[in-house]
Design a protein around this ligand. Structure first.
Ligand SMILES: Nc1nc2c(ncn2[C@@H]2O[C@H](COP(=O)(O)OP(=O)(O)OP(=O)(O)O)[C@@H](O)[C@H]2O)c(=O)[nH]1
Ligand SMILES: [Mg+2]
Length: 331
C-alpha cells in the first residue's frame, strides 16, 4: 500500500462563501494519498475509531469518512477532554450516543486505564472478533493533531508512535499490537477537500489542525475572540485583566489583549499579529481555561447554512456565473 510522505508546505486556499466570510481550506497532496490509502486498508479492518477534538467535535468530524469506511462499525472518541468545557463534552457525548449506529466515548491522556474502555467498546461493536484466529483490527483516523498517536501511546503504555504539537506528525501508517489479538493502525491526519462550514475552518485553525501557512492568525484570533466574548467572557476578563469583555467588539478585544500583554511596537502602535498569536496559543494551551467552541445545536445551524451556501455555489457554477471576488473579509 502506498502511504504518503509529508509535504513541507500545505496548500493555502481562501475563498468567500456567499460573500459573507472567507473560508479556510487545507487539503495538501499527502492527504489525498492518505484518503486513498485508508480506502484500501479499510477492507481488513473490523472497527474504525474516529477521533474528534472535544473542543470542536462537529468541526473535527470528517464528512468524507462515512463514504470511506464502507459501513464498518465506527466508534467516535472525543480526545483532549482535559482542555474542553466538561458540560459541553457531556452534551456532545449524549448527542452522539442518542444516534443509532453511533457509539461515542470521551478519553484524554490523563486517564489511567483508557485501554479497557476502548477495547470494551470495540468488542461490543465487533463481537465476533477476538482470539488469535480472528484478531481485532482497529483503524484510528482523525484530523491532524487531534491526538491519534498520543492515544496509541497511552494505550500501549509506552512511546510506540511519534507525536508532536503540530499538524502532520504521523507520515505513514503504523500497526501497533495492544494485545496478542488486538491491533491498532495509526494513520496520518486527514482533512477533506472542501470545508463548507466557514466557522469550522476557523475552529480547526484555532485548534492547531490546519497547517500554519494556510490561515491568517489575525482572522482566526478575531473569530475566536468573537465566540469567547459571547460565551466565555469571564475567561477573557481573568486572563487579560479586562473589566467588561462583553461590552467589546472582537477588534477592540484584540487591542485590549495587545495592551494587556505588551504587544505594542515602538511608537506605541499595537502589534495585532502578535496579539493574535497570543490569543491562539492561550486557547491551545488552556491558559483561558476549559473551552469548547461549539455545541451540537450551534453546529447543526452552521452545517445547514454551509450546505445551503454550498448548493448555491454549485448552482452558480453550473450556470457559469463568475466566481466571487476574494480579498480580506471585514469582521
Ligand atoms: N492536553 C492534551 N493534549 C493532548 C491530548 N492528546 C494529545 N495531545 C497533544 O496534542 C498534540 C498532537 O498529538 P498527536 O498524538 O501527535 O496527534 P496526531 O493526531 O497523531 O497528529 P498527526 O499525526 O499530526 O495527525 C501533542 O502535542 C499531544 O501531546 C490530550 O488528551 N490532552
Ligand atoms: Mg500522529
Amino acid at each position: 500500500m502506498l502511504w504518503p510522505n509529508r509535504q513541507s508546505v500545505g496548500q493555502c486556499i481562501h475563498t468567500y462563501q456567499a460573500g459573507l466570510s472567507m473560508a479556510i481550506q487545507w487539503f495538501p497532496g499527502h492527504m489525498h494519498l492518505t484518503r486513498k490509502a485508508i480506502g484500501e486498508r479499510i477492507k481488513n479492518i473490523d472497527v474504525v475509531i474516529e477521533m474528534l477534538d472535544s473542543r470542536l467535535p462537529g468541526s473535527s468530524a470528517n464528512p468524507m469518512l462515512a463514504e470511506l469506511i464502507q459501513g464498518k462499525p465506527a466508534l467516535k472518541v472525543l480526545s483532549k477532554q482535559d482542555l474542553a468545557d466538561p458540560a459541553r463534552t457531556n452534551l456532545w457525548l449524549a448527542h452522539y450516543n442518542a444516534m443509532t449506529e453511533v457509539r461515542a466515548i470521551g478519553l484524554d491522556t490523563s486517564m489511567v486505564s483508557p485501554a479497557k474502555a476502548l477495547m470494551e467498546a470495540c468488542h461490543q461493536l465487533a463481537p465476533l472478533r477476538g482470539g488469535m484466529v480472528k484478531p481485532m483490527r482497529v483503524l484510528i483516523c482523525g484530523i491532524p493533531n487531534v491526538g491519534k498517536s498520543t492515544l496509541i501511546n497511552t494505550l500501549k503504555g509506552k512511546r510506540a508512535a511519534k507525536t508532536g504539537d503540530e499538524a502532520g506528525v504521523t507520515k505513514t501508517e503504523q500497526r501497533i499490537a495492544l494485545a496478542d489479538d488486538f491491533y491498532l493502525y495509526d494513520t496520518p491526519g486527514v482533512l477533506w477537500p472542501r470545508i463548507i462550514v466557514t466557522q469550522s475552518g476557523f475552529n480547526l485553525a484555532a485548534s492547531g489542525a490546519i497547517g500554519i501557512n494556510a490561515f491568517d492568525d489575525e482572522e482566526v484570533a478575531l473569530e475566536l475572540l468573537r465566540y469567547l466574548i459571547a460565551h466565555y467572557p469571564a475567561a477573557l476578563a481573568k486572563r487579560y485583566k479586562i473589566s467588561d469583555p462583553s461590552s467589546l467588539m472582537e477588534e477592540a478585544m484584540l487591542e485590549a489583549v495587545a495592551r494587556s500583554r505588551a504587544a505594542v511596537q515602538t511608537g506605541g502602535r499595537i502589534n495585532t499579529t502578535k496579539a493574535a498569536q497570543i490569543v491562539i496559543q492561550d486557547f491551545r494551551h488552556n491558559a483561558l481555561g476549559r473551552i469548547t467552541l461549539e455545541t451540537p445545536q450551534e453546529f447543526a445551524v452552521w452545517l445547514a447554512e454551509g450546505k445551503r451556501t454550498d448548493a448555491e455555489r454549485t448552482e452558480r457554477k453550473s450556470k457559469g456565473a463568475p466566481a466571487k471576488q476574494s480579498g480580506k473579509p471585514k469582521h
